[in-house]
Design a protein around this ligand. Sequence first.
Ligand SMILES: [Fe+2]
Length: 401
Amino acid sequence: MAPPVATETYTAPTQYTTLKLRGTPSEVPAAVLAAKVAPEPVPAAKPKSSQPELAEYTYARYLPAFNANEHYPPLEPFTHSDPGLRALAVSPNPEDPLPFLQSAESVTELTPELGTEVRGVDLSKLTSDGRDQLALLAARRGVLVFRDQGNFINAGGDAWLEWGKHFGRLHIHPTSGHPDGIPQIHLVYRDGQATFNYERSDRISSLVWHSDVSYELQPPGLTTLFLLSSPDTGGDTLYGSQVAALRHLSPPFVSFLRTLKAVHSGVEQANFSRSGKRGGVVRREPVEHVHPVVRRHPVTGEEALYVNSQFTTRIVGLKKEESDNLLNFLFDHVSKGGDFQARAKWARNTVVLWDNRICVHTPVVDFGPSGQRRHGCRITPQAERPAPAWDGLELSDNSLI
Ligand SMILES: [Fe+2]
C-alpha cells in the first residue's frame, strides 16, 4: 500500500494488530498475507466478538485496526482544487441534465430540499469528467445515494483511494479504526458486543448530528460512505441540509449569524479515545480552528449554516451564556428540521456521497439489540478552508481561541 499523502510525513506502521484468520494460507485473503506481521505485537483493540467468524467474513481484511505506535504530524495547509468547479464551467445551468446521468435508470429526489437517489450508474466506471459532475450534483443536492455499486465496493482499497484522491487530499482520521495498512479509510464498526464508533451510552438518543472533522482547518468536501455489512433493518443515516436550515431563519437573524465565527474542537473526540474507548489511540494531536458560522459554498455560492453539535464548542466574542444559548438554539433547529432532512436507508451495494460543507448527518444506532454487524468505510477528501458568507468577517488566525 502506498504512503498516505505526499504532503505528510508518514511513519510506516510496524506493529499493527494482525487478524487471526482460520484456514489454510490459500484460504486467507492475499492482502492479509501481504500485511506486515509485527515481531512483537503490542496490545491493541479489535472486534473480539467477531473473531470466531473472521475466516468466513468476506471483508475481514477491512476490520478496524488500532496501532498505539502510529502517529502523524499536524496537517499542513494545501490548495484545494474543487472538482465541482470544473464541472460548473461546462454545466452552469442547474436545470440542464448532467451528462454522467444520461445512462441512469432512475434519478429520484429523496426530499425537496435534500438528497437524490440514482440507479443505473456504475461509479467504478465514471470518467474524470463524470466524477467532476458528480461533485457538482452533490454540491447542488447535498446527498447522493447510488444503488447497485458492487463493482465499486469490491474493487478494494487501492481503487477506493484512487477514487477519493480525485476529490481532494485524503484525510487520515486521528482516532478511528482503519483497515490494516490503509489509514486513509475511516471505519465505522459495531457488532453485538463491540463498538468502535464515537457513541455515547449516557445519552437519551443515539443521534449525534455533525459535520465530519469540522475541527480541521480544511474540513472535508465530497465524502463517500458504504457499508460492507449492515443489519437487516436499522442503522440508517440521517442527513440535514445546512443551506435550508439557514433559509428557514429570519433575515435579521441570518444577518447577525453572518458576523459570527465559532470554535470547532477535536479535543473531546481525542479524550474519548484516550479514555480507552474506540480503540484507544490518538494518532495526531487534537486541533481547534475558527470557522464562520455561515459559510459560502465555492461552487454554488449558496450560504450554509456551519455549526454542529459534536464539534462546535463556542461562538467567538460572545459571553458564555450568549454562546451556549445561541449554539443550543441552532443545534435544536437543525435536529428538529424534518422538513429539510433526508434518510439514507442502506441496502447491499449502496454507496452514499455527501457534500460535507453543506450537510450535517448522524447514524441511527437502533439495531443494537439485534447483535448484527454494521461495518462501513468512509473516504474523506479535504476541501477548502470555509469561506465566510460575509466578506468582512476576519478569519486570519486562531488568536481568539
Ligand atoms: Fe460522520
